[in-house]
Ligand binder design. Structure first.
Ligand SMILES: [Zn+2]
Ligand SMILES: [Zn+2]
Length: 164
């Protein structure tokens, strides 16, 4: 069940809820760069080091996932281009300086989640604070009929997002 995070903007008093969304590109066993969207709470992991064989295999297995989203499809295409121009089997290092969010298109950041304020959907400034005034709330999707459940979730989302 996804956990909804409460945010509040002290400038305009707007309150809103965000649900994490996750994307990953490439196998992660040789390291990954984690990008975060501070507008919509989307997380994107991109492999930092790749060789053409492991990429080709990963891409085959994740082809449909990659092509369900134009941003991931484009990034996968860029990686394919790099390998098509490369000779030999030396692993490449990927370093995208600018990535647009696969969900909302805003530019993503490599600042870890929890160390940056969120973009307020009302006044469009990065002023949104995690609102733990009433403790964390769990927002169930409609298939759960029992409404709000007691939470053993941490008081703060910091450091929790990439643990799984
Ligand atoms: Zn976004
Ligand atoms: Zn605001």
């Amino acid at each position: 069940m996804p956990i909804g995070y409460d945010y509040r903007c002290p400038k305009c008093n707007h309150q809103w809820i965000l649900f994490s969304k996750r994307f990953a590109i490439g196998p992660s066993q040789w390291g990954e760069t984690k990008y975060t969207c501070f507008s919509c709470q989307t997380f994107l992991s991109v492999a930092t080091s790749l060789d053409s064989n492991s990429w080709a295999m990963w891409y085959r297995n994740h082809y449909d996932d990659m092509h369900q989203n134009s941003v991931t499809a484009q990034l996968a295409g860029t990686i394919n281009d790099i390998f098509s121009k490369q000779r030999g089997l030396t692993p490449i290092t990927l370093n995208f300086s600018m990535i647009g969010c696969p969900t909302c298109g805003d530019s993503m950041s490599t600042v870890p989640f929890g160390q940056h304020l969120m973009k307020c959907p009302e006044c469009k400034q990065y002023t949104g604070e995690f609102d733990d005034g009433d403790g964390i709330s769990i927002y169930a999707f409609p298939d759960a009929e029992h409404g709000t459940e007691p939470s053993d979730a941490p008081k703060s989302p910091i450091g929790r997002e990439f643990e799984s």
